[in-house]
Design a binder for this molecule. Structure first.
Ligand code: ADP
Ligand code: ADP
Length: 233
C-alpha cells in the first residue's frame, strides 16, 4: 500500500540526510509500527507519506514514495485527504472548529461531497470511534484520549485508505493511550485501513502491531520484522 524507493530527505544545509536511501513496503490492511530513538527520522519518513515533506518542512526529498500506486511527492496534504489521513501528537494543534460534530464534518467540506453523504459519514464515524454521546460537546471540555479520537475521526471522514500517526499517544496516560490504540486496531480489522504509526515507546504499542519497522540510528538502514523479532533486537 505504501512503497518507499530509495527515499532520502535532507533539511537545509544539514551535513547529512535526516533519512537516507530507505527502501520499504507497508502492506495493505496492517498496523505497522515505526520505532526508533528521538531524532532518527520517524516524523520525516511519515511526512513523505502525508505530503508534509517536502511541501511544508523545507526538506529536500529524493527517491519515490507511492501510496496505493499514486506518487505522493507531487501532491500537497489537502489533495491527499481521500488517500492519507494524518494525525500528530497534539490534537489541539489539529482542531479548527469548536464541537466534536463540526470537527468531523470539517474535513469533508473541501471534497465536495453531497450533504447527505457528509451527514452519514459523521454518524458512522461518531459510532466507530465511540463518540456519539460527545457529539455536541465543545472540544475544549474533552479528555486527552477523547480529543485524540476526535482528531482521528476528523481525518477518517474522507475514507482514507492509509492513516499516518506521529506519536499519537505521547501526551496520554496509559488508559487513554489504550483507548486510542484499540480504535486503530478496529480500523485495521473492520475496514482494512492501513495504519503507519510512529512511537518511541515500543512497549506501549508493540502488542497492537502486525509489523515493526525499526530505525536503529541516523543513517542506518531500517530493520523490518514481526514484533517478537524486533523486541529481541
Ligand atoms: P524523529 O521523528 O525520529 O524524532 P525527525 O524526523 O523529527 O526524527 O528528525 C530527524 C532529523 O531531522 C533531526 O536531526 C531533526 O533535527 C531534523 N529535522 C526534522 N525536521 C526538520 C526541519 N523542518 N528542518 C530542519 N531539520 C529538521
Ligand atoms: P458513503 O460512501 O456514501 O458515505 P457510507 O458512509 O455508508 O457511504 O460508507 C460506505 C462504506 O464505507 C461502508 O461499507 C463502510 O463500511 C465503509 N467505511 C466506513 N468508514 C470507513 C472509513 N473510515 N474508511 C473506509 N471505509 C469506510
Amino acid at each position: 500500500m505504501i512503497r518507499f524507493e530509495q527515499v532520502s530527505v535532507t533539511y537545509g544545509d544539514a551535513p547529512a540526510p535526516a533519512i537516507g536511501g530507505v527502501d520499504l513496503t507497508v502492506p495493505e490492511g496492517e498496523l505497522v509500527l515505526l520505532v526508533g530513538p528521538s531524532g532518527v527520522g520517524k516524523s520525516t519518513l511519515l511526512g513523505t507519506v502525508s505530503g508534509l515533506v517536502p511541501h511544508f518542512t523545507g526538506g529536500l526529498l529524493r527517491g519515490r514514495v507511492t501510496v496505493g500506486g499514486r506518487d505522493n511527492r507531487t501532491h500537497k496534504p489537502r489533495e491527499l485527504a481521500d488517500l492519507v489521513g494524518t494525525v500528530g501528537q497534539d490534537p489541539l494543534a489539529h482542531f479548527v472548529t469548536d464541537t466534536v460534530e463540526d470537527e468531523l464534518a470539517y474535513g469533508m467540506e473541501s471534497l465536495g461531497l453531497a450533504p447527505d453523504v457528509m451527514r452519514r459519514r459523521v454518524e458512522e464515524t461518531l459510532d466507530l470511534l465511540g463518540l456519539a454521546e460527545l457529539r455536541d460537546r465543545p472540544i475544549a471540555t474533552l479528555s486527552g484520549g477523547q480529543r485524540q479520537r476526535v482528531a482521528i475521526g476528523s481525518v477518517l471522514t474522507p475514507h482514507p485508505r492509509v492513516l499516518v500517526l506521529d506519536e499519537p499517544t505521547s501526551a496520554l496516560d496509559p488508559a487513554a493511550a489504550e483507548e486510542v490504540l484499540a480504535v486503530l486496531q478496529r480500523l485495521v480489522h473492520d475496514l482494512g485501513t492501513t495504519v503507519l504509526l510512529a512511537e518511541h515507546r515500543l512497549e506501549r504499542v508493540v502488542q497492537y502491531a502486525d509489523q515493526v519497522i525499526l530505525l536503529p540510528g541516523p543513517g542506518l538502514p531500517p530493520v523490518v520484522g514481526d514484533p517478537e523479532r524486533i523486541m529481541a533486537v
